[in-house]
Design a protein. Structure first.
Length: 85
């Protein structure tokens, strides 16, 4: 079920994938890390919004940006989504 205010259906049926750049180590985003939350836990509000608007929340992708260029990050994302398919 999705909430539609004023007949708004612009996001309904769309797919959502989150690409997240972490400005630290991967261990920062774990239940025992610096942030004490996983990426899945941190993105729950976005997942809930996707559900509410009728979107399909597919997944999330994250990478550290400490030593990666934009090109390397993009290549890592492409590799990730093609392996998931």
């Amino acid at each position: 079920m999705s909430l539609q205010i004023n007949g708004g259906k612009g996001l309904h049926g769309k797919e959502l994938v989150l690409a997240i750049a972490i400005g630290g180590l991967r261990t920062f985003v774990s239940s025992r890390g610096l942030n004490q939350y996983t990426i899945s836990e941190l993105t729950k509000p976005i997942q809930a919004t996707a559900n509410l608007t009728g979107m399909y929340f597919l997944s999330h992708f994250y990478n550290t940006v400490l030593s990666l260029s934009k090109r390397q990050t993009s290549e890592a994302y492409v590799k990730y989504i093609t392996m998931k398919g």
